[in-house]
Write a protein that binds this ligand. Structure first.
Ligand code: SAM
Length: 424
């Protein structure tokens, strides 16, 4: 198996190339332990998050607290949106693996649009539900998001958390609802440290947690950690942006994107780069342009993918050809060795036959000078002469044993001469 290509600038190459869209002064929502690279000159970023690093100790016991980026502004997006940020004040806003956590994604989309200046850029990165622990979950329908937006939802409710747990918990032997799992009947949460308890609960399948107090604890634990409340793939997310344009007065333009598994990228995320239009059109025309830009980009990317697939297949084909050629060469080498061994055998047989003839020929009217001629020739080249000699003396009254061994030598020599194949 060929090693995957290693990008010179590491596994973040695809994210880094998107950073060229982030110019000026902007914000990043929920940088967590992994702020987005801001690589353009004279670019500055302020970070917003619900929690300071120290508050995360019992939320994310599996992550070192020092790895979290300290936020410049503490802000709960569910409750406040981006309230601390003024309208039209930002050149860019990044939300990487954040919108799937919030209670009301459409509201956050409105907030992103609000804080950007016309011409400002939103970079939205999301997990691809097919390639994460969400793979068994159904996509979130637009109607569900609209309902939550219209209801002004500010909290991820129990139903979302139950769905998340029941579809994503990965207890050994567990999986999507309906498959078997191995419940730990003796789970004693009280005696566990915060760290042990979190991990024990996180690995449980919802169906296995029967004790009401444990159920509650599990739900609250996930609420505290914040779950993937809603899930999409790249094509399922676009309708939400279109809805923003058609129904909520957004002036989004589609600028760029990233597909799961793009070269230098991750298999589990996709990205959209959207710009707040400087000269917005009516919502229909704006949506039409958004869709057209998307279709052009998506079509081109599909073509690229198909081409890459084709190249991959061609490469695999040529690897097969190489393997076949290598096998052929190995076979030829083996045949050459066998041929060499056969030559040796033949050389010995010729020597023996000539010796026999020579001994027999003495005093019986054979032609010793002919025999000597044959004997003087080294190995295989003597074969035609030897055969001629044997044929000439075929009616000679040799004794039975001698006749048999000469016959064998003759047959072998003829076989080599006719077929050109090595002796076995
Ligand atoms: C999965 S992490 C994303 C980290 C990083 N941006 C990345 O791309 O890997 C989600 C981040 O969003 C923050 N977050 C989640 N829900 C939030 C909320 N309601 N308000 C503010 N921040 C929130 C979390 O604290 C965390 O920093």
């Amino acid at each position: 198996m060929t090693k995957p290509f290693e990008y010179e600038r590491g596994s973040e190459t695809a994210r880094r190339q998107l950073s060229r869209h982030l110019v000026g002064q902007g914000i990043e929502l929920g940088p967590g332990p992994k702020p987005f690279p801001a690589l353009m000159p004279s670019t500055s970023v302020r970070y917003l998050d619900a929690w300071a690093p120290n508050d995360n100790a019992d939320r994310f016991p599996e992550i070192e607290q020092s790895e979290f980026e300290p936020p410049d502004i503490i802000c709960d997006f569910n409750v406040e949106g981006l309230a601390p940020i003024e309208d039209g004040s930002q050149d860019f806003a990044v939300a990487s693996h954040v919108l799937e956590h919030v209670a009301n994604p459409l509201h956050m989309l409105c907030e992103l649009h609000r804080v950007l200046r016309p011409g400002g850029t939103a970079l939205i990165i999301l997990p691809d539900r097919h390639n994460t622990f969400d793979r068994h979950r159904p996509p979130t329908p637009l109607a569900h998001l609209v309902e939550e937006f219209e209801a002004g939802v500010t909290e991820v409710d129990d139903a979302h958390i139950e769905e998340f747990i029941s579809f994503t918990a990965v207890h050994p032997g567990g999986g999507p609802p309906g498959t078997s799992s191995v419940p730990d009947e003796n789970l004693d949460l009280e005696s566990m440290s915060v760290y042990e308890r979190s991990l024990a609960l996180l690995w449980l399948r919802w169906d296995d947690v029967k004790v009401p107090a444990q159920r509650r604890e599990l739900i609250e634990l996930h609420r505290k950690r914040s779950i993937h409340a809603h899930v999409w793939d790249v094509d399922e997310f676009l309708p939400m942006v279109r809805h923003g344009v058609l129904q909520l007065g957004h002036a989004w333009q589609f600028v760029d994107g990233l597909l799961p598994g793009d070269p230098g990228g991750r298999p589990d995320e996709f990205a959209l780069v959207l710009r707040r239009d400087v000269s917005p059109r009516g919502c229909e025309q704006q949506a039409e342009r958004l869709q057209a830009a998307w279709d052009i980009w998506r079509g081109y990317r599909d073509d690229l993918r198909a081409e890459m697939e084709h190249l991959r297949e061609a490469l695999a084909g040529s690897e097969d050809d190489n393997a076949a050629l290598r096998a052929e060469v190995a076979e030829l080498e083996q045949s050459a060795q066998e041929l060499e061994r056969s030559r040796e055998e033949l050389r010995r047989a010729v020597g023996e036959a000539v010796g026999v003839l020579h001994r027999l020929g003495q005093g019986r009217g054979l032609a010793p000078e002919e025999i000597l001629t044959v004997r003087r020739q080294p190995g295989g080249e003597a074969v035609p002469d030897l055969i001629e000699l044997l044929l000439r003396y075929r009616n000679h009254p040799f004794q039975e044993g001698t006749r048999r061994s000469l016959g064998k030598v003759k047959r072998t020599a003829l076989q080599v001469l006719r077929s050109g194949r090595p002796l076995r």
